[in-house]
Design a protein around this ligand. Sequence first.
Ligand SMILES: [Zn+2]
Length: 100
Amino acid sequence: MEVITKEHLCQNIEKHWRNQYPDTRNETLERLRELNPKTEQGIIDIVGNSTWTDIRCDECKELVDMVVVVGEKPNYESYTASICPKCLRKAMKLLKQKQK
Ligand SMILES: [Zn+2]
């Protein structure tokens, strides 16, 4: 289990970019490195879209600021889910109703 926050994504954008494009040294990477502070809007301006900073809940499908990642370690074929606090509270409520 791991918590992913918007702030964490933004602070680690340079590392994530290098993981995705390990063999390229390009202008985007340099601009991400120089971005200070590493804000969401700053990253969107450099990359050209919000795919690197968006966090979506797999249950309610909403864009959120934080999720907990549960299940298998994420990869293209893993059984992994990212769940927002609102959906986790809903899940806990459902469990509590069954425990009575
Ligand atoms: Zn949710």
